[in-house]
Design a protein around this ligand. Structure first.
Ligand SMILES: Nc1ncnc2c1ncn2[C@@H]1O[C@H](COP(=O)(O)OP(=O)(O)OP(=O)(O)O)[C@@H](O)[C@H]1O
Length: 441
């Protein structure tokens, strides 16, 4: 890992300290940027050759304004070998736009290819009990997932910084008896707020950003329910068996191994059931086996353990203590909802479901207009009002809403933006009414 890579990952600030304000309130930025280059699956060109080509192309371009993606390459060689080039900027939807001086800023170029095999299931016994799903990273399953998640706070940057410090300390052989860190992240919050997606997207992002350091990544998603529900008396043994498999993955120092344990509260549920007298020794044996194994694997420099929970209070304290980062993930605010809806409207326009007659503003541009209605803002303001009354819906429901709107209130395509927004508005009302009806019953 070189110093720039570390420096860039540590640099969490949306506006870097060396940035200064230029004309029009924009910020001239000369810091370190990540350029992610997706190489074609058929290309066998070496990464260093592609890096040099891309660097030359970007320097010739001189400046970029915020995030950008080069779809059209002026270079035949690149066209044959590269699918996309993305300059990854700050995550916050509300930060000032920056003019990036490509000639003077530090560009970290990451070349990667995606695996398209999808998930493999780890079966641990003759009964075909699926204890884990397994992906080789970077995977096509997780492409674009990181970018699709919208949060009000710089949660994604914080997680990326944490992971980079973890990998840096391991790389430098920092003595963990003197400075202790556990390689465990816990994301908690209400259902459907993107916790599982964020863990998977983080694993993918790390594999891309650390592609110089690790040749590939492994993501193992442990199905805690299957460990605790079936074959209780066998579960302790199952945990051991599963970790033996994980151990084999970790033995390869060129692999970054991310272990995802969803709904860790099932651990404490298992302990509780033991207190209530249901197969006491077995439940405790399973939880203890899991905790012991987690303690064992945290000694490995190439491992990260990502966990999620819907109910913070119910998580086993022994587990909470092991997490270095306990990050609350809440439901999205109006601004974040607006950005989520906007991405949906853009996709539907791109695919011809919505006719491309009107443009919607992004949240920054809308805020600049101070929400004053005129011909340029009218549709964006309608969308903002829909976002505002959607508060309280989970990210999962929000992403489903445009589909529901078409299914419930529209037919065929193309549909005008006005019609679509009207249908969205009615669908939000419908969602809340459905909730009330559900509560009443
Ligand atoms: N903040 C968000 N921004 C964009 N999309 C979101 C957001 N939160 C959730 N989603 C969408 O909701 C879907 C479900 O998210 P996910 O399953 O990761 O949530 P979760 O918090 O793990 O839920 P659960 O605890 O119920 O499993 C994701 O596919 C994602 O598209």
């Amino acid at each position: 890992m070189d110093s720039c890579q570390i420096l860039a990952l540590q640099n969490a600030l949306p506006v870097p300290p060396d940035g200064h304000t230029g004309m029009n309130g924009t910020t001239i930025d000369c810091s370190c940027y990540h350029v992610e280059v997706l190489q074609s699956p058929y290309s066998t060109v070496r990464a260093c050759i592609l890096k040099d080509k891309i660097k030359a192309l970007l320097i010739a371009k001189k400046t970029a304004f915020g995030d950008f993606t080069i779809e059209e390459f002026p270079d035949e060689f690149l066209k044959q070998n590269v699918i996309s080039v993305s300059l990854r900027d700050s995550e916050l939807p509300g930060v000032e736009k920056k003019v990036i001086d490509l000639t003077s800023c530090e560009l970290q170029i990451h070349i990667y290819q995606v695996h398209t095999d999808g998930a493999g299931a780890e079966e641990l016994d003759e009964e075909n009990l699926i204890a884990a799903n397994h992906w080789l990273l970077p995977s096509s399953d997780f492409q674009g997932m990181w970018e699709s998640l919208v949060y009000d706070e710089p949660i994604k940057t914080r997680l990326l910084n944490y992971a980079s410090t973890t990998l840096l300390f391991s790389d430098k052989n920092v003595d963990s008896n003197i400075i202790s860190w556990n390689r465990v992240v816990l994301l908690h919050g209400p259902p459907g707020t993107g916790k599982t997606s964020l863990c998977k997207a983080l694993a993918q992002k790390l594999c891309i950003r650390f592609s110089d350091h690790y040749s590939h990544g492994q993501l193992v998603e442990i199905n805690s329910h299957s460990l605790f529900s079936k074959w209780f008396s066998e579960s302790g043994k199952l945990v051991m068996k599963m970790f033996q498999r994980i151990q084999e993955l970790m033995d390869d120092p060129k692999a970054l191994v991310c272990i995802l344990i969803d709904e860790v509260e099932s651990l404490s549920a298992a302990r509780k059931s033991s207190m209530n007298g249901v197969e006491p020794s077995d439940a405790i044996r399973v939880v203890n086996a899991l905790l012991t194994q987690l303690d064992q694997i945290k000694k490995y420099p190439n491992v990260l353990i990502l966990t999620t929970s819907n109910i913070t209070g119910a998580i086993d304290l022994a587990f909470v203590d092991r997490a270095d980062i306990k990050q609350y993930i809440g439901p999205p605010s109006t601004r974040a909802i607006y950005s989520i809806y906007l991405s949906c409207m853009k996709e539907l326009t791109k695919r011809g479901v919505i006719s491309p007659t009107h443009q919607l503003l992004d949240i920054r541009a809308l805020e600049v207009t101070r929400f004053i209605e005129n011909s340029a803002t009218v549709y964006s303001l309608k969308l903002y009002n829909i976002a505002s009354k959607s508060q309280g819906l989970s990210g999962r429901t929000l992403r489903k809403l445009p589909f529901m709107a078409h299914a419930l209130f529209l037919r065929g395509s193309p549909v005008t933006l006005e019609e679509y927004l009207e249908a969205m508005s009615r669908t939000v009302d419908h969602q809340f009414k459905e909730r009330e009806d559900f509560k009443d019953h």
